[in-house]
Design a binder for this molecule. Structure first.
Ligand code: NAP
Ligand code: GDP
Length: 345
């Protein structure tokens, strides 16, 4: 009988943590989920996935080197998926020092702990298209020069280069997945897609009559489905050598397009009026303003366009996404409508 593999997942309570844990449990892994202790219950996603009692949970904080060393020493995991991060770009201007420590230095702690206590452990580092920022090439691929536009992007870039450096210096199996935005019904409500679907669900079911307030409607994103993307994380660690891969759909859409598409599913027919800060979205069926721009949500520096080229991942890892853009909007909007009707929003 072959030995059961151990996968450790940091950020187990987040969007990707839940999907990845479910995927690895189905593959027969023993999953150790790392979470940070808090005063409130943060396990709602694991419960919704129906896997709360199947994951072994351990305390973890990206800033606590001694704890990371102990975990690595005691479990010697075959695979370590580092999904933990201060992941919200907008918050990284409010908390730049913490973001740099957690998203940059935290990854160095993990690499050091692997080097010292568990050199066979394969590391997946959750890198991000935010590292391309003010894009230097369209579409963005593994060889595109980086130009991060937020403390989050800069911190993640440090972590990315540390992975490359530990590969080259110490032979650590450190793979960097440069994932473009990926969403799902489990996405945090501060991110724009989920903010839109949660608000429209509340509007459509009469839980609110206030318009949705958004920032920059013209920024474009390459949105994929988180459930598809976690499979890529695993595939990356099954290769002979550590490497860097871009994971994206190769399609891009402005925020206003997601608003219109989600609106359609919720029963709104949105047409735009006005310009810049005065722009509003009016539902043609009711004549009501359902969206308005609030400059509060503009960012100090914006990433205007992201569109990735996933051909390396498709060729080397043999991967194709299953959910497309419209399918993703529909899935998220329908789930939030169901939650609103059940009093869960
Ligand atoms: P998420 O839902 O925000 O989850 C982040 C996780 O990190 C949560 O479990 C959070 O725990 C944990 N965490 C935050 N600070 C921590 C700390 N100091 N110590 C330990 N744990 C900490 O993010 P996600 O969407 O699943 O993304 C997963 C990873 O991929 C992140 O690293 C993100 O930056 C990266 N990424 C995401 C995307 C995307 O579009 N989703 C794209 C590219 C890269 P709490 O529950 O306690 O807050
Ligand atoms: P990000 O790509 O990781 O920053 O993901 P977000 O979902 O937070 O933001 C995606 C894009 O939506 C960015 O260009 C934001 O400026 C834009 N956006 C416009 N209005 C909002 C808003 O109200 N909230 C958020 N989070 N983003 C917004």
């Amino acid at each position: 009988m072959t030995k059961q593999k151990i996968a450790m997942i940091s950020g187990i309570t987040g969007q990707d943590g839940g999907y990845l844990a479910k995927f690895l449990l189905e593959k027969g892994y023993r999953v150790i989920g790392l979470y940070r202790r808090g005063a409130t219950d943060t396990f709602s996603r694991l419960k919704e996935h129906g896997i709360f009692d199947k994951v072994e949970l351990k305390d973890f904080d990206l800033l606590e080197f001694s704890n990371i060393c102990r975990l690595m020493k005691n479990y010697q995991p075959d695979e370590f998926y580092n999904l933990a991060a201060q992941s919200f770009v907008a918050a990284s201007w409010e908390e730049p020092i913490y973001t740099a420590q957690a998203d940059g230095m935290g990854v160095l702690y993990i690499l050091e702990a692997i080097r010292e206590f568990s050199p066979h452990t394969r590391l997946y580092q959750a890198s991000t298209s935010e590292m391309f920022g003010k894009v230097q090439e369209i579409p963005q691929k593994e060889t595109t020069p980086f130009y991060p536009r937020s403390p989050y992007g800069v911190a993640k870039l440090m972590a990315h280069w540390m992975c490359v450096n530990y590969r080259e210096s110490f032979n650590v199996f450190a793979t960097s997945g440069i994932l473009f935005n990926h969403e799902s019904p489990m996405r945090g409500k501060e991110f724009v897609t989920r903010k839109i679907t949660a608000h429209f669900a509340r509007l459509a079911t009469g839980l609110t009559d206030k318009p949705l307030e958004l920032g920059n409607l013209n920024a474009k994103r390459d949105w994929g489905f988180a459930g598809d993307y976690v499979e890529m994380m695993w595939l990356m660690l099954q290769q002979d050598k550590p490497d860097t891969y871009v994971i994206a759909t190769g399609e891009t859409h402005p925020i206003r397009d997601f608003v219109e598409e989600a609106g359609r599913v919720a029963g709104f027919d949105i047409k735009w009026q006005g310009e810049n800060e005065n722009e509003v979205g009016i539902d043609q069926n009711s004549g009501k303003v359902v969206v308005k721009v609030n400059p509060k949500f503009f960012r100090p520096a914006e990433v205007e366009l992201l569109i990735g080229d996933p051909s390396k991942a498709e060729k080397v890892l043999g991967w194709k996404r299953k959910v497309d853009y419209k399918g993703l909007c529909k899935m998220m909007m329908e789930k939030d409508l169901e939650r609103a009707k059940n009093g869960e929003l």
